[in-house]
Write a protein that binds this ligand. Structure first.
Ligand code: 3HC
Length: 303
């Protein structure tokens, strides 16, 4: 039987309002998922133009769900009403949980966490959507390391079923339980990782992508055959090179570097071809060129 104390604790930890910092592809997708699941969201970005871009991509993604009859028109409109856009970080002071989805730089994230620590209410959880930076180290820039956690969504957040929760060295059980409950409310399946480089998904995914680059670099096969091999041979929705373009080659390279430095094994050394593409600005779909070339519409098919 649940005791009054347990009920009180659960209520205390229930997340009703969240803040999302960073309105790029991940941040806007996370905000959308929360709003679609009945949670009030403040989506913050320093750049008003980024916010207006986020707003139109959220609307079009919601319209996609409506047109496929996954949600009703009313539910779509309600979700949009739960979403507030802001350039003022102070607006996040009432949030029960704040998810950071800004640039993947430890220094920039640490300075944001220090700011959020000052702004957020004392009970609030500070979560990071980082794909590879140590949650334990991010937590040191706050006065509440027990309330700092990794909440790693997959791209695109409205579609992908997984959230990888990363427990830092000091993350408390209460913080973990509340974050897991929120993730499940968002309709996601949760996996839990300790805080080691790459966590679970990128620890395994990125070496596979890197190996695909090595296969291309050493002339094992064409890019098309490498991708078709993995798509049809192992039932992946995208081949590894196509997926690298989708994620961003710069992101893949930076995660490989984190794995290489953090796990100290040469098997994680980035492929020279991946390094060269990034040096050349061939960053993938977002730039119109990566391993493949894309026409202007970033959702268009490759050539
Ligand atoms: N909003 C709403 N719906 C969307 C959407 C969006 N942004 N993107 C896709 N969809 C929906 C479509 O409407 C469609 O719905 P339906 O099944 O009801 O018809 C469904 O998703 C499939 O989309 P499409 O038919 O347009 O295209 P695809 O079949 O090619 O699917 C994809 C697109 C879901 C991206 C699929 O290709 C895929 O799963 N790719 C692999 C993605 C992946 O591996 N992501 C993880 C990357 S790793 C990561 O994120 C970690 C990070 O740290 C690096």
């Amino acid at each position: 039987r649940t005791t009054t104390e347990e009920k009180r604790k659960r209520k205390m930890l229930e997340v009703k309002r969240i803040g999302v910092v960073g309105s790029g592809q991940m941040g806007s997708g996370i905000a959308q998922v929360a709003a679609m699941h009945g949670i009030d969201v403040w989506l913050h970005d320093l750049d008003p133009q980024a916010l207006s871009k986020a707003s139109s991509s959220i609307s079009s993604s919601i319209n996609r769900f409506v047109s496929k009859n996954h949600i009703s028109q009313v539910a779509g409109a309600d979700a949009l009403k739960r979403l507030r856009l802001t350039t003022d970080l102070e607006d996040l002071q009432l949030a029960d949980l704040i998810i950071e989805a800004i640039v993947e730089s430890e220094d920039v994230k640490k300075s944001l966490f220090a700011q959020l620590d000052r702004i957020a209410k004392s009970s609030a959880i500070l979560a990071s959507n980082t794909s590879s930076i140590s949650v334990t180290r991010l937590a040191t820039s706050t006065s509440r390391p027990r309330q700092v956690i990794g909440m790693h969504f997959m791209n695109p957040p409205p579609v992908m079923k997984l959230i990888e929760i990363v427990r830092g060295a000091d993350t408390s059980e209460e913080t973990f339980v509340a974050t897991k409950a929120l993730s499940e409310r968002l309709g996601k399946v949760v996996i839990t990782s300790h805080d080691y480089s790459g966590f679970i998904v990128n620890r395994i995914l990125m070496p596979m992508i890197n190996e695909a680059f090595f296969a291309l670099y050493t002339g094992v096969a064409t890019k098309e055959d490498i991708d078709t091999g993995m798509k049809l041979g192992t039932n992946h929705p995208m081949g590894p090179l196509e997926l690298a373009d989708f994620i961003g080659l710069d992101v893949c390279l930076s995660i490989m570097r984190v794995l290489h430095a953090g796990l100290g094994d040469n098997k994680y050394a980035p492929c020279p071809l991946l390094v060269q593409y990034v040096d050349a600005g061939r960053l993938g779909r977002k730039r119109g060129i990566g391993v493949y070339e894309y026409s202007k519409d970033p959702r268009s098919t490759k050539s």
